[in-house]
Design a protein around this ligand. Structure first.
Ligand code: MTE
Ligand code: MO
Length: 469
């Protein structure tokens, strides 16, 4: 790349906006990323590296590190070289691994990204038990895990509009002062089943299959009780923001918000939890304190929560404003305007087949046992799960495994099972499942009308292809 011009550092640092072009450096290369930013999901975060080296940034989003596709995209954007004198005094990047202190995870996980850690259990293990074992509960981390030094000094702060005097509560305060509740609630990432939407048309995001969902029993206190204790006045509040202890490379924490109506309503069962399936919450799932917002998309259920902020407006964080939003199928990266869409809160109706796997072979007439899960957001229960072995011409109703929860507060998933004979004719057959919730919502037949550029909340009929021979 010696044919390209050489740039001095003093010059490079000036290129931080569209008008002056946005440049970044990587090792000895200078790259103009102005046009690239338009179509990149984390675009606003590359901006933080504008005029500087992207290496510290990649250190956190290690998904880019060592990724050949990223390197080759970068090389196309290369416009020059950093002057050798400026490379000399470049401090070596701190290579101490921000992820070095992360725990061992279950070897059965399918890892969708190692740093930050994102993984889902195999479908068979996912539905083995009604409560997902802590060690197999899917993990969705946007950032390196925070280091929890001393839980005895850990406090959660509650402040903002409608609160005259901010309060800080230790774990023991939460446990002493408030009534303890235990609820069973399913957490599902908005990216669950993105891999199936991707088959329909390309989308951006981690390649989750059917297991970015899990179900656990959570123990803690109701946020509504804590807000009452803080003497919070709901009429002034529009949204309740939650901040985690995990931080971006610039020190800003993971943050998301939910509407005040949800936060203040004791019947919505929004909880600050310190136990998961009767055990201490594993660090991956939010130790020592996490928010559970039943019936709502995973992204709002903030882990390692240490600040609860009452606000007139919703969180302005990346995850609330520039991610976890869906658009119509004609919106793509060239015409998307994130400010025009509502952040996803309640989850739509979902179901999937976890057994059998694609590609299994049956003999004609042999019993096929189909198993899976179904879940709907907003506390809606599951009325029915129907399966088809002939591509949707005829349907059979599955047997449901559910727990009793109050009406309109069905926060736990439904597991289902049905045994059907394999057809007598040999060949490939398509097994399909679809659920109906208590509002008689149905799932869309395919992704055509619900495709969105980030591949979010994909809930079309799930199908598995097996062979009879
Ligand atoms: N909270 C913090 N502090 N940091 C995060 O990265 N990820 C969110 C949410 N809470 C996240 C977070 C997302 S997108 C999801 S889907 C759920 O946590 C996943 O919860 P789990 O890892 O316990 O399965
Ligand atoms: Mo998520």
């Amino acid at each position: 790349r010696d044919d390209l011009p050489t740039y001095r550092k003093d010059d490079i640092v000036k290129h931080t906006d569209k008008a002056n072009r946005i440049w970044v450096t990587y090792k000895s290369g200078v790259y103009d990323v102005t046009d690239f930013l338009e179509g990149h999901p984390g675009g606003d975060r590359i901006l933080l590296a504008a005029g500087k080296s992207v290496e510290p940034f990649w250190h956190i989003y290690a998904i880019h590190k060592g990724n050949q596709q990223v390197y080759s995209i970068m090389e196309e954007l290369r416009i020059g070289n950093v002057h050798p004198d400026d490379l000399k005094d470049e401090k070596p990047v701190d290579t101490s691994d921000l992820f070095a202190h992360e725990p061992e995870r279950h070897p059965a996980f399918k890892i969708n990204s190692a740093k930050p850690f994102n993984a889902e259990p195999p479908p068979l293990l996912l539905i083995d038990k009604f409560l997902t074992p802590n060690a197999l509960f899917f993990i969705r981390n946007h950032l390196p895990l925070p280091k929890i030094e001393n839980v005895d000094t850990f406090e959660v702060e509650i402040r903002g509009v409608g609160i005259e005097r901010p309060i800080s509560l230790k774990l023991q305060d939460l446990q002493k002062r408030f009534k303890q509740h235990t609820i069973t609630s399913t957490v599902q990432c908005a990216g669950n089943r993105r891999s199936h939407m991707r088959q329909f048309r390309e989308v951006k995001g981690l390649n989750w299959e059917t297991s970015a969902i899990s179900n656990a029993e959570w123990t803690g206190v109701k946020l509504a009780d804590v807000l009452a204790y803080a003497d919070a006045k709901e009429d002034k509040v529009g949204h309740v923001l939650f901040q985690g202890l995990d931080t971006d490379h610039d020190g800003s924490p993971y943050e998301a918000s939910i509407p005040a109506e949800t936060a203040f309503d004791p019947r919505r069962d929004v909880m600050l939890v310190y136990k998961m399936n009767g055990e201490e919450i594993p660090i991956d799932h939010g130790y020592p304190l996490r928010v559970i917002v039943p019936g709502t998309v995973g992204a709002r259920q903030v882990k390692w929560v240490n600040k609860i902020i009452l606000s007139e407006i919703e969180s302005q964080s990346h995850w609330q404003q520039n991610d976890y939003k869906a658009f119509n199928s004609s919106t793509d990266w060239h015409n998307v305007d994130f400010s025009k869409a509502e952040p996803i809160q309640e989850y739509p109706l979902q179901s999937a087949i976890c057994e059998p796997k694609d590609g299994i072979t049956y003999k004609p007439g042999e019993t096929m046992t189909l198993k899976g899960y179904a879940w709907s957001g907003g506390g809606r229960g599951i009325l029915r799960v129907d399966v088809s072995t002939d591509g949707g011409k005829t349907w059979h109703t599955a047997r449901l495994n559910q727990i009793q929860q109050p009406r309109n507060r069905t926060w736990a998933w439904t597991l289902w099972e049905v045994a059907l004979p394999a057809p007598n004719e040999k060949g490939e057959i398509t097994l399909i499942c679809k659920a109906t919730d208590t509002s008689h919502n149905a799932q869309p037949e395919n992704a055509e009308g619900i495709w969105n550029l980030r591949g979010l909340i994909h809930n079309a009929w799930h199908n598995v292809k097996v062979t009879v021979e």
